[in-house]
Ligand binder design. Structure first.
Ligand SMILES: [Fe+2]
Length: 294
């Protein structure tokens, strides 16, 4: 029986219903994998996944990366990255602020991962509605809908993705972190990547689907190679704003038991920080490696 896919009216963000990820036959897995390739963001609700079960499901797609900040990885299962605002004995059990700017994951490494699978263990609520939504926007659709002259231009360009610029942009500095228990941990963890400057092309080709997409991240590109500082900034603003046009953004409202699969080649995402303890948010992320190209 074919899987039940519900479209949501944006260029990405499709929900698959009626599957149990702990009990997937080969054909159903293949259908989910095909949907992941086609749509870039896939939502599957009402799952019950232990860390081992999430790892088993995730590994069916390929090998996994560890999140670069080991401090936030689960000790007994280090391929699970904990996104959480919970405290244990006064210390954060995971990373609370998992990216409130438009980004693809781990843009600051030479080979960023293909995708991330985020599973909701606890979802904050204000009594009326869930909090901590995640927004997604399609970089593939953005590339495809660029004007021809702009497409021609960006096809030729590369840019520097700078951790230093990012630190300033989001305010992850030791001064700001002084009185913030979560930020302190992030600033300490970022030590090892804080000077990373990686040059990536502004257009990338998906290694599996062959589709092209824009490769931009908000607030981190310090220089488009060959352009003046001002032209560089204007171009990146234009491109980011094109990707995140409100009419094409999918907003995911979380429920406990959701797992959302996103493809970093195809989409940008951003978190919202509209909750705080005693509103609890606790999630487990697995990170799918970029495929090896021979
Ligand atoms: Fe992220």
């Amino acid at each position: 029986m074919p899987i039940d896919i519900h479209l949501n009216g944006t260029p990405l963000g499709h929900e698959i219903r009626g599957v149990d990820l702990n009990n997937l036959d080969e054909q159903t897995f293949k259908d989910i994998d095909d949907a992941y390739k086609t749509y870039g963001v896939v939502v599957i609700r009402d799952q019950k996944l232990t860390p081992d079960q999430q790892l088993n499901f995730s590994r069916r797609f390929g090998s996994l990366d560890r999140f670069v900040f080991d401090r936030f990885n689960m000790k007994e299962n280090p391929e699970i990255f904990i996104v959480s605002n919970l405290l244990d004995d006064g210390k954060p059990v995971g990373m609370e602020d998992a990216g409130r700017y438009w980004h693809s994951d781990m843009w600051y490494v030479a080979t960023p991962p293909r995708g991330s699978f985020l599973y909701a263990v606890e979802v904050p609520h204000d009594g009326t509605r869930p909090l901590g939504d995640t927004y997604f926007a399609s970089t593939r659709y953005a590339y495809e809908t660029l004007s021809e002259p702009l497409k021609e231009q960006v096809n030729q360009l590369s840019a520097v993705f700078s951790s230093r610029k990012y630190g300033e942009y989001v305010g992850h500095t030791p001064e700001k972190a002084k009185d913030n228990i979560y930020l302190k941990e992030v600033v300490a963890a970022r030590e090892k990547i804080k000077n990373n400057e990686i040059t990536h092309p502004l257009v990338r080709t998906h290694p599996i689907t062959g589709k092209k997409s824009l490769h931009v991240v908000q607030g981190v590109i310090s220089q488009v190679i060959g352009l003046s500082a001002q032209d560089s900034e204007e171009l990146i603003d234009t491109l980011v704003n094109h990707v995140i046009r409100p009419e094409v953004v999918y907003r995911h409202v979380w429920r406990v038991g959701d797992i959302v699969l996103w493809d970093n080649y195809s989409a940008l995402h951003r978190a919202t920080g509209d909750f705080k303890l005693p509103q609890r948010r606790h999630m487990h992320r697995t990170t799918l490696s970029a495929p090896k190209i021979n």
